[in-house]
Design a protein around this ligand. Structure first.
Ligand SMILES: [Cu+2]
Length: 123
């Protein structure tokens, strides 16, 4: 019985050791500007998303949609900040009042693409 038990314990330790760095390496959203559920007096000129780590430009994006699900005309593509590659930015065209949904996708060092969304409102 002893060899079997030792094998099981080793397998659990190996699995835990392998799993933790991957979990820690996922890109996750730390903060945003505008903040989630913000109600703004003036339309924002850009969306800035701050992640816990550097994100890969090729696999990271921001999509803004209005209340009817349309992307506002003149919307650019998100870019990774040159000075701080953990920040993803999207320059915005002038936005009329209304509710907006920010959809994002980002991949960090380990290549796993994570997605999320939040909303904000322009008064
Ligand atoms: Cu990952």
């Amino acid at each position: 019985m002893k060899p079997f038990k030792t094998l099981v314990v080793s397998a659990i330790v190996a699995a835990a050791t392998l799993a933790s760095p991957f979990a820690a390496a996922h890109a996750s959203l730390k903060s945003s500007n505008p903040a989630a559920n913000a109600v703004l007096d003036a339309a924002p000129k850009e969306i800035a998303l701050t992640f816990n780590e550097k994100v890969e430009p090729a696999f990271s994006s921001i999509t803004l949609t209005d209340a009817s699900g349309r992307t506002p005309a003149g919307q650019a593509k998100a870019t990774v900040d040159e000075a701080d590659p953990a920040i993803l930015r999207l320059a915005l065209p002038p936005l009329p009042a209304g509710a907006y949904t920010v959809g994002w996708a980002a991949a960090g060092r380990d290549g796993h693409r994570r997605k999320g969304e939040f909303t904000f409102t322009v008064k």
